[in-house]
Design a protein around this ligand. Structure first.
Ligand code: AMP
Ligand code: MG
Length: 266
């Protein structure tokens, strides 16, 4: 089973059921070994990305608290050379960031050619948390969908391949993960009181996500909805999309220039 990008006719119920492990997947061990193979393959594809310097890859991760954004970063890129990977987390904007347009800090973190950039949260917060918590008036955030599409199109025309993943976790699974975070001393640090307030706003976030996914899934920067209740399936599905995209770029190792080819190592 492969994920398909969100299109005009994609059902975006985003119900708890859609977050579950899809029945098409066999037992846990089978998925684990599929995942291991894809993670290794991503490492090989990354070498071509680095060597050819033809494009950059930008992976945008969005999802509710405890949906597994950090887990994806840890697992999916495990076979990659860290030298070629740049991770950026976007939290509450600083005063300086707030005094600029909302894409300023985002643009500065876009990876250069040859690199994989990973966004842990992104410019989409500016149409999600900002909308749901009313941090800006409707006329401000509603104009941003088109601004985001234009920005992403500009990037894609300038060598950046963009993939966007919404990690869709169910309400029940988030509850379990929050309970672990509250009770396990080694997980306490992941929990913030504000996470519970966002949980109370579940349906408002669902509506905001639905709009963002619908309005901003484009041919040049597609959105994928990832069922995220099963961590292994989540990781596998994401790695698979990344690999299919990278291999579709047909990145080649550069050949030796003729004058270099003539040289002999003594
Ligand atoms: P975390 O990812 O759990 O470390 O939390 C980061 C927090 O920053 C989340 O609660 C986000 O909603 C918040 N955040 C990220 N971007 C923005 C933004 N543009 N405006 C307001 N809050 C944001
Ligand atoms: Mg959090």
């Amino acid at each position: 089973m492969n994920l398909r990008p969100v299109g005009p006719r994609t059902r975006l119920t985003l119900s708890d059921r859609d977050a579950r492990r899809p029945p098409a997947f066999g037992d846990r061990d089978a998925v684990k070994s599929l995942l291991a193979r894809e993670v290794e393959r991503l490492g090989h594809l990354q070498e071509r990305l680095i060597a050819s310097k033809a494009r950059a890859l930008l992976v945008v991760l969005q999802g509710r608290d405890a949906s597994g954004k950090d887990g994806v970063i840890r697992t999916v890129f495990d076979g990659c050379n860290p030298l070629g990977v740049r991770v950026t987390s976007f939290g509450v904007p600083t005063e300086l960031e707030r005094s600029h347009d909302f894409l300023w800090r985002i643009h500065a973190a876009v990876p250069p050619r040859g690199y994989i950039g990973i966004f842990n949260r992104s410019h989409y917060e500016d149409v999600l948390v900002v909308r749901v918590r009313r941090l800006a008036p409707r006329r401000v955030w509603s104009a941003r969908y088109a601004q985001i599409n234009d920005f992403e199109r500009m990037l894609s025309l300038n060598g950046v391949t963009i993939l966007k993943f919404f990690l869709h976790v169910s309400r029940e699974e988030q509850r379990e993960r929050f309970i672990d975070r509250l009770h396990d001393p080694e997980e306490n640090w992941k929990f913030r009181a504000g996470d519970l307030e966002d949980r109370k706003l579940w349906s408002a976030y669902t509506r905001a996500y639905r709009d963002a996914l619908r309005k901003c899934s484009t041919p040049w920067a597609p959105w994928y909805v990832v069922p995220a209740d099963s961590k292994t399936v989540r990781n596998y599905l994401i790695t698979r999309v990344i690999n299919e995209t990278l291999s579709g770029l047909r990145l080649r190792f550069p050949r030796l220039a003729p004058e270099v080819r003539r040289l002999r190592v003594d």
